[in-house]
Ligand binder design. Structure first.
Ligand code: ATP
Length: 330
């Protein structure tokens, strides 16, 4: 049992000149949670994570990680966290085992401790049988898993994963998700991950903070976020879209209606119950339904609802993406 929160921030702000990368973020992350920061390029995910990892100082506000203030007690924070950056930082001319051993030495672990822990973390990420292969012979997914194993070597209480599956194919991504879930359960470790993959946040995270232009615009479990969007969307293919647009606008049956390229998009509170009434209305008005389908809200819809844009849209900042080198900097 732990007292307090794994992470607690109060009006945390980071400016770069005119740009407010992190804007008054007050956040509490519980011990044992898998917490996702979901947002488009340039939203402020990396900057927020870097402040929490003591790589960047905030401009104002406070942040505590495992009860330690990131500005006043950076060493205590660093020894309590593990970090996996987007850029691979493994030595590809060493074996998996040697990479882990090197990391253990940096953290002052004894030879016995290192040996036992290397075996443990390799098994956790399913790389035991490749321990003695050179990292340059690993696949992308294996390298990512080894980086996660390395981040776990010194038994951190929180593991930060920056876009853990960026650039991996769908199948490998799923393997990495399963490993992350497993280590969260086995090691009882708090995981904070940044992602711009909606499915990743939906599948993995206990709670998700949607971040846009430096602000957390929504925060809850993926399901609760979806539930906040009341209702379903019914897609209806009929002849004479304009006529039926007007009919449904006046019908009192739907909460909203719009025309897409070849169908009507009807917003309703309960799709399954309303569809028969919609079909009946079309028939009564002399039309014919060619196709009808129902879509329940997804996390993507939640994102669009809160930010007014699709997450996959690249903002103007996309080309000037900021990356920190993999070492501490104040
Ligand atoms: P991505 O998904 O591309 O990694 P992100 O959500 O992690 O994006 P950040 O890298 O935190 O976003 O960037 C947030 C904003 O702060 C962006 O507008 C970015 O251009 C700006 N920014 C970040 N670092 C710097 C810096 N060192 N100097 C100037 N602007 C910066």
């Amino acid at each position: 049992m732990h007292d307090g929160y794994a992470i607690e921030t109060e009006r945390l702000t980071r400016k770069f000149g005119e740009i407010v990368a992190v804007n008054s973020v007050s956040l509490r992350i519980k011990y044992g949670e898998i917490f996702g920061l979901l947002g488009p390029n340039g939203a402020g995910k990396t900057t927020l994570t870097h402040i929490l990892c003591t790589i960047l100082p905030p401009t104002s506000g406070t942040a505590k990680v495992v009860g330690h203030d990131v500005c006043k007690e950076p060493d205590e924070v660093r020894s309590s966290i593990g970090i996996v950056f987007q850029e691979p930082s493994l030595d590809s001319n060493l074996t998996g085992w040697e990479n882990l051993d090197f990391h253990g030495r940096m953290y002052g672990m004894s030879s016995e401790e290192r040996k036992a822990r290397i075996e443990e973390v390799l098994s956790l990420v399913g790389l035991t049988n490749r321990a003695n292969s050179l990292v340059k012979t690993y696949s992308g997914g294996m390298k990512r898993r080894l980086e996660i194993a390395r981040g776990l070597m010194h038994r951190p209480k929180i593991l930060f994963l920056d876009e853990p599956t960026l650039g991996l194919d769908a199948q490998t991504r799923r393997v990495v998700w399963e490993q992350i879930e497993k280590l969260n359960q086995t090691e009882k470790i708090t995981i904070v991950l940044t992602t711009h993959y909606i499915e990743e946040a939906d599948y993995l995270c206990d709670r998700v903070g949607i971040i846009d232009m430096g602000r957390i615009v929504a925060l809850d479990t993926p399901q609760a976020l979806k539930d906040k969007l009341e209702g379903d969307v019914v897609y209806l293919k009929v002849d004479n879209l304009k006529k039926f647009l007007q009919i449904f606008q006046r019908s009192g049956l739907v909460k909203g209606v719009k025309v897409t390229s070849d169908s009507l998009q009807l917003q309703v509170s309960n799709g399954s119950k309303t569809i028969p009434k919609i079909i009946e209305t079309v028939r009564r008005k002399g039309g014919q339904v060619h196709e009808v389908s129902l879509k329940r809200p997804s996390l993507e819809d939640v994102f669009i609802n809160f930010t007014g844009k699709a997450i996959r849209e690249e903002g103007p900042d996309a080309a000037s993406r900021f990356r920190m080198p993999g070492h501490w900097r104040r």
